[in-house]
Design a protein around this ligand. Structure first.
Ligand code: SF4
Ligand code: SF4
Ligand code: FES
Length: 249
């Protein structure tokens, strides 16, 4: 073993039906490694610290530049992206666990489809039916574009949902990421056509009123999305829509 090493403590779970357990690993240090490059290195020779043969650790990753959102995990207890977590900045042993609010698929890989189901519920897209030329969309001022841009940076990593005290099975709360996307698509001049439908999807069980405004989401978001602004403005719009619906029924 080289003089300087990287010590890891990784939560393993071969499949959802068996109990999780911890394994310790130690690999030679190289400068500028991140958690994903360490996991890749480990996969070449998955041997535990006490010399037992193990298996490569399963995890999700793709872009390796904090864009795809797939590599979120708990690193030393904090939800964050593994590809941008530099070993030099982490306390050792580096503790790696899967996100705790999502079903484990294997080791550090979890099933985050709940976010994608929530995005479907609020129609987090701009419908453009047909393959014919729809012509140019409405023009947007630069000011409007710069107000919307931060919300378009969401990478669906689910860190905001992991740390949200209200995101749990009891509330069924959709979580901050989905609300951020409602803010984005409802203020887009074309997307605004479906604004009432998106707002109605946030009424009732699991809707925006479940938010306790604890602001954990905005603090953890790796893309600095102004989630509490989104929650405040969408919450206001949901209330207005509810009144409007009540008086026009
Ligand atoms: S403000 Fe608090 S309760 Fe609301 S979404 Fe963010 S973390 Fe959850
Ligand atoms: S809002 Fe931020 S923390 Fe939440 S999914 Fe999007 S990028 Fe991740
Ligand atoms: S691998 Fe894409 S965000 Fe980390």
């Amino acid at each position: 073993m080289a003089d300087k090493t990287i010590k890891l403590k990784i939560k393993r779970q071969p499949n959802p039906d068996v109990a999780a357990y911890w394994e310790d690993f130690e690999i030679p240090y190289r400068p500028n490694m991140n958690v994903i490059s360490v996991l890749m290195e480990l996969a070449l020779n998955p041997t535990t610290q006490d010399g037992k043969a193990s298996t490569p650790v399963t995890y999700d990753s793709n872009c390796l530049e904090e864009v795809c959102g797939s590599c979120a995990m708990l690193i030393n207890g904090r939800a964050r992206m593994a590809c941008s977590a530099l070993i030099d900045n982490l306390e050792q042993p580096v503790r790696l666990e899967p996100l705790s609010k999502f079903p484990v698929v294997r080791d550090l890989a979890v099933d985050r489809s709940v976010l994608f189901e929530n995005l479907k519920k609020v129609k987090a897209w701009i419908p453009i039916d047909g393959t014919y030329d729809l012509g140019p969309g409405p023009r947007q001022s630069e000011e409007q574009q710069s107000q919307e841009y931060p919300y378009s940076r969401c990478i669906s990593c689910t860190c905001c949902m992991e740390v949200c005290p209200q995101f749990n099975q009891d509330t069924g709360f959709v979580g901050a990421a989905t609300i951020g996307q409602v803010r984005l698509f409802n203020t887009n001049p074309t997307g605004a056509m479906q604004a009432p439908e998106r707002l109605r999807a946030l009424m009732g069980d699991g809707g925006i009123h479940e938010c306790g405004y604890a602001q954990n989401c905005v603090e953890i978001c790796p893309k600095d999305i102004p989630l509490t602004n989104a929650i405040a403005s969408v919450g206001h719009a949901v209330l207005k829509q509810a009144f409007k619906d009540f008086f026009t029924q």
